[in-house]
Ligand binder design. Structure first.
Ligand SMILES: Cc1ncc(COP(=O)(O)O)c(C=O)c1O
Length: 376
């Protein structure tokens, strides 16, 4: 009998080792991985630079608190923001980064209202949960944080809801958990323009889309947007717990000493991993991700889109959703039998988040398995 709270309906195997884009379970089955641990191990499961950076730091010291200066945090912040006039706050997860964004936006503007969007997912702590449009996830946990409302995602009907009484608007450039829904460039620009016109902060949640997933460091960079606050997590430390909030430097006074904090956030092991990750996300690496993504998109269009079980394919970069006309859970289980690990998003979307280091051959192999299972 498991001694764990049943918060997850777990698959009946335990992953015990990983190498490159492959994972092996406790029954000696090896799987090609199209999940990256839900968009986390973007550089695969045995990235030498990350391993070495963490191992070296482990020999020195792995935790000291945030009471002291941290060259490692400064270095990772530099890698994240470059020359831009921005500041970084490190925490431990995506939901914490969004929680920090909500607090920062309220305190900096002196306003409390926040607008989020239909089918959004921002996490499970109270602030982030309150900005998540999923009744099943919110059920039973009320009352939620007040003054948070929702508008239709990727729909101009949302624009009149961006009014001057808002502290912030929060959005995902591509919704992950909500069904792999990319927003159009035109809509994103309309939202950004309306936020600027009404003096409302624009928060972009790059927890899942960030750190190279879509072929840019952050997905918003595909569209030249200029968010006031960006949150990220998942792939930033390739598997060590981390979250980060990046905000305009003029927001600094709202996060003065004593205003916000964390014991573990920015710890040295996570920072050592993040430094190694960001050092590898060079323009050349990101260009390769874009090439692989174009290859995958074409493969999905030619091999899977024509199948009657497939209603649409959506996504950006190496974040792709195959929308099915049948329930997705049995498909994921059948793919596991054929040694391919995949994810779901909502009830009918097969979500693919392969490691960014995957080869075109491995992508083709995985898509061939999906085709075989869907046509069975
Ligand atoms: C867009 C987005 N925001 C926030 C979160 C929450 O991140 P975490 O699970 O690290 O708290 C997720 C997790 O899936 C996410 O996809």
């Amino acid at each position: 009998m498991s001694k764990l709270f049943p918060t997850y309906a777990r698959y009946p195997f335990d992953i015990v080792s990983g190498h490159d884009c492959y994972l092996t379970d406790d029954q000696q089955n090896t799987y090609l991985d199209f999940t990256s641990g839900i968009g986390v191990c973007n550089l695969g499961y045995s990235n030498t630079a990350v391993q070495q950076s963490v191992a070296t730091q482990l020999q020195k010291v792995w935790h000291t608190s945030n009471l002291y200066e941290s060259q490692l945090q400064e270095q990772v912040a530099d890698l994240l923001v470059g020359a831009a006039d921005k500041l970084v706050f490190f925490c431990n997860s995506g939901t914490e980064a969004n929680e920090a964004a909500l607090k920062l936006a309220r305190k900096a503007t002196g306003k409390s209202a926040v607008l989020a969007f239909s089918d959004s997912f921002h996490g499970r702590t109270y602030g982030a949960l309150s900005m998540t449009d999923n009744p099943a996830i919110q059920a039973g946990f009320g009352p939620l944080v007040p003054d948070i409302s929702f508008a239709p995602y990727n729909d101009n009907a949302a624009l009149p809801q961006i009014t001057a009484d808002l502290a912030a608007v929060i959005l995902e450039v591509v919704q992950g958990e909500g069904g792999v829904n990319p927003a159009s460039s035109a809509w994103l620009h309309s939202v950004a323009a309306k936020c600027q016109q009404k003096h409302v902060l624009l928060i972009i949640d790059e927890v899942q889309t960030g750190n190279g997933r879509t072929g840019q460091l952050f997905a918003y960079q595909h569209y030249g947007l200029q968010p006031d606050i960006v949150t990220t997590a998942k792939g930033l430390a390739n598997g060590l717990p981390i979250g980060a909030l990046i905000g305009n430097a003029d927001l600094a006074t709202a996060f003065a000493p004593g205003s916000h904090g964390t014991t573990f956030g920015g710890n040295k092991l996570a920072m050592a991993a993040a430094k190694a990750v960001l050092t590898q996300l060079t323009p050349e690496f990101l260009a390769q991700v874009q090439t692989k993504a174009a290859y995958l998109e074409q493969l999905l269009q030619t091999e899977l889109a024509p199948l009657p079980q497939v209603s649409a394919i959506t996504g950006l970069g190496l974040m792709q959703g195959i929308h099915l006309t049948i329930p997705v859970a049995p498909v994921v289980a059948a793919l596991q039998q054929d040694h391919l690990l995949t994810l779901t998003a909502k009830h009918e979307t097969l979500r693919l988040l392969p490691p960014l280091t995957i080869s075109e051959e491995q992508l083709a192999h995985g898509v061939a398995i999906i085709k075989q299972v869907l046509t069975k």
